[in-house]
Design a protein. Structure first.
Ligand SMILES: Cc1cc2nc3c(=O)[nH]c(=O)nc-3n(C[C@H](O)[C@H](O)[C@H](O)COP(=O)(O)OP(=O)(O)OC[C@H]3O[C@@H](n4cnc5c(N)ncnc54)[C@H](O)[C@@H]3O)c2cc1C
Length: 384
């Protein structure tokens, strides 16, 4: 792919966006999700989803620079990302790689179109960082798996049609007894209980499985392949996310700087001196994130998952939290006052970004776990 082809692609996206019906997002999470789902259908009809998926999965077979270009063009006009990111970025590629032909043709097209939404059922109350301790069982009886157990922190389970579920199919110790099942979220015996987050949203859930029946044909790979496939899924979550999040964080900081500049123009005396230092620090953090995202993009054009994805995850968590902490510090006590404005910054937007940023060092594997990976797999430090 040449630079000229990439520029032509950017022009095509800009032209489409200039006449697209770009939605604004309601504060209410469920209403927001419905809007994002419609937006995904629009992006799909415009041929802008599955850019890096191979054509045999219904994708465009382009490299990751195209995906990043799309993300940036969307962010530039403050258009949102599509609703079904777990399917598009995380679970879909694993089904493409490890699934059967029947599974690929059944599940991948509706992931692209947004007709079906996925969730990822890995974490359990006693198995988060240590996924090898998963206890949810799937017992095979006459061609059907019977699933029992509990998952937690399952993002979007309350709106999902399907779940990529990590289950124990054998009493074999640890990772060797794990398998990867595709579960219909409307099956009898599934109970979804939303959990309220610090931001006030209920994006993730507890999910209970009581004698849920799943056809054996919904197994991805072979019994016992669950660990390898789950690691593939997590590597997408760790690796591909940085470019998307960089664009969003950078846009949020850009908007904040615009508001601050406007406030400064109105009343220079009212603006505290520390503002310049704070914004400067946030801008430096943004540049660090940018450098990391560019390096990752270059690497992902030529190679797949790598322990370097853990470095990305660490840099992303640290810089995202630093940037939003800087903006939060400018709001001071106004942060907790819904709808208040200080130095031109809106408390609701800054507060939500700041609180969501706290999750960056937890989801997709905590920062401590990423440091373990870096120590053992990149630096060769012996396991403790
Ligand atoms: C916003 C958000 C969305 C999420 N969405 C999903 C989802 O859709 N699906 C899903 O399955 N999960 C999801 N998760 C769960 C996430 O993957 C887990 O929270 C994460 O893996 C940590 O597991 P835990 O919460 O059980 O913490 P624990 O594993 O109990 O860890 C507790 C603390 O101990 C530390 N620790 C644990 N083991 C070690 C070790 N070996 N060395 C050093 N320190 C260690 C951890 O770093 C952490 O600080 C989500 C989490 C968040 C925050």
């Amino acid at each position: 792919m040449t630079d000229e082809q990439l520029s032509a692609f950017r022009r095509r996206v800009r032209a489409w966006l200039s006449s697209a019906d770009i939605p604004s997002l309601p504060d209410d999470l469920d209403a927001r999700f419905a809007v994002l789902r419609r937006w995904q259908r629009d992006l799909y009809r415009a041929g802008l989803l599955g850019l890096t998926w191979p054509p045999e999965w219904g994708g465009s077979g382009l490299d990751s620079r195209y995906q990043q270009a799309l993300i940036e063009e969307l962010v530039n006009v403050r258009a949102p990302q599509p609703a079904g990111l777990i399917g598009l970025d995380v679970v879909g590629p694993s089904i493409g790689r490890f699934g059967t032909e029947r599974q690929r043709s059944r599940y991948l097209p509706p992931i692209l179109s947004g007709d079906e939404i996925w969730c990822q059922g890995f974490s359990e109350p006693e198995a988060g960082s240590d996924l090898a301790s998963v206890k949810t069982t799937a017992r095979l009886e006459s061609g059907t798996y019977i699933v029992n157990g509990q998952k937690v922190w399952t993002s979007w389970a309350h709106v999902a049609d399907w779940c990529a579920l990590l289950v124990r199919t054998s009493v074999a110790d640890g990772r060797r007894g794990l398998s990867y099942l595709i579960v219909d979220m409307r099956s009898r015996g599934i109970t979804v209980r939303p959990l309220r987050q610090i931001s006030g949203d209920s994006e993730f859930n507890e999910v209970f499985f009581e004698n849920v029946t799943v056809p054996a044909s919904n197994l991805v790979g072979l019994p016992g392949d669950g660990w390898a496939i789950a690691m593939d899924t997590l590597s997408h979550e760790r690796g591909t996310y940085i470019g998307r999040r960089y664009a969003e964080v950078s846009a949020a900081l850009g908007d904040a700087c615009d508001s601050l500049a406007e406030a400064l123009g109105r009343d220079q005396a009212a603006v505290p001196e520390r503002l310049f230092e704070t914004v400067g620090e946030a801008k430096v953090a943004e540049q660090v994130l940018h450098a990391q995202a560019v390096a990752t993009l270059g690497r992902s054009v030529t190679s797949g998952a790598s322990p370097l994805d853990s470095v990305d995850k660490l840099v992303l968590a640290r810089t995202e939290q630093d940037i939003f902490e800087s903006l939060r510090s400018l709001l001071g006590p106004f942060l907790n006052e819904c709808g208040e404005t200080a130095w031109g910054l809106r408390s609701l937007a800054v507060g939500r970004d700041y609180l969501y940023g706290r999750a960056a060092s937890i989801y997709g594997g905590t920062s401590q776990i990423q440091k373990n990976i870096v120590a053992e797999r990149l630096l060769g430090v012996p396991r403790d």
